[in-house]
Design a binder for this molecule. Sequence first.
Ligand SMILES: NC(=O)c1ccc[n+]([C@@H]2O[C@H](COP(=O)([O-])OP(=O)(O)OC[C@H]3O[C@@H](n4cnc5c(N)ncnc54)[C@H](OP(=O)(O)O)[C@@H]3O)[C@@H](O)[C@H]2O)c1
Ligand SMILES: [Zn+2]
Ligand SMILES: [Zn+2]
Length: 347
Amino acid sequence: MRTTVGWQADGAGIALRRVSFERRELRADDVAVRVDYCGVCHSDLHAIHARTGTANAPLVPGHEFTGVVTDIGREVTRFAVGDRVAVGNIVDSCGVCVMCRQGQENFCYEFPTLTYGGTDRHDGTITLGGYSREYIVRDRFAYPLPAGLDPAAAAPLLCAGITVWEPLRALGVEPGTRVAVAGLGGLGHLAVKFAVALGADTTVISRSADKADDARRLGAHDLIISTDQQQMTTARDRFDVVIDTIAVPHDITPYLRLVALDGTLSHVGHLGPVTVETLDLLIGRKKLSSAGSGGRPETAAMLEFCAQHDVSADIELVPSARVHGALARLERNDVRSRFVLDMSDLS
Ligand SMILES: NC(=O)c1ccc[n+]([C@@H]2O[C@H](COP(=O)([O-])OP(=O)(O)OC[C@H]3O[C@@H](n4cnc5c(N)ncnc54)[C@H](OP(=O)(O)O)[C@@H]3O)[C@@H](O)[C@H]2O)c1
Ligand SMILES: [Zn+2]
Ligand SMILES: [Zn+2]
């Protein structure tokens, strides 16, 4: 076994503890990655709170990171020691089901192995995430980090980015498509950057005007304040695609009403039951959809697109020892973009 160091949730909320723990020895198709930068996703907060006060298996969050290959298994040909790589929230899948064969490993029939809190397909252990100095990953689920992408600002592309990239692409967003993005956080700000770079007519929907400057800076063409009934009514049927990234349970009806004839509401933020009045779909033949993470081909395509179009996350980089403060600020929505942890203080 190989020993590494990371930040673990022990059932005491967001007060993570620095711990040493074991990583597996390399299998033939594994690469060892020195984790340099790991994004702080709102899903990490959900996961930490889900186990607060319980005695579940250890939880080391973190599922969007970049780093450098430090070792390779004997059958690995795609990577060499020293390569820059990126890893997202899926680290394995069956590889043979209908979804995997279509390059949608994120929808694997056997459920993809998640980067943390997942069950390893070979030894049954619970995976521990990227808030750590080293990660061992099957080579298929590591992605070369294109030259030109800053490794810290690229880390959030691997969860926040791909989660909004796949639906934008699958829904055919192109020049002239009218796109609205609800919730201007980690996922939302990348959805805006992608939509703008794809040539869409892009609008931000936020709860207040506080983020008006951010929306403009990101290239959005318009801002709708979701708490202003008049603005929401005026925007009825206006968007071909609405991407909802809001991190809390909420009524999706007001967002469905913004969708144009034959358009789609893609609900990718808070996951769980929603109530839909079918008439809100019927009138306008509207579609309700969801998505999560991405398959290998689209993840690689997103990284290439980002390198070509100079797209990456707007980040606040903090030493990993300040993870508690980052989670606390994320919790009270006191973050304009994405926190990224600099893991070098774990060496
Ligand atoms: N589908 C997937 O696979 C997937 C992947 C990653 C994350 N997620 C989920 O996506 C959600 C967003 O993640 P994130 O990392 O982008 O979170 P985030 O950075 O905290 O952003 C969430 C945004 O939601 C809005 N919001 C927060 N609290 C709200 C409230 N009480 N009422 C209305 N709006 C509120 C805020 O936007 P405004 O201030 O602009 O209103 C906030 O910026 C989380 O639930 C996360 O678990 C899903
Ligand atoms: Zn995430
Ligand atoms: Zn599969």
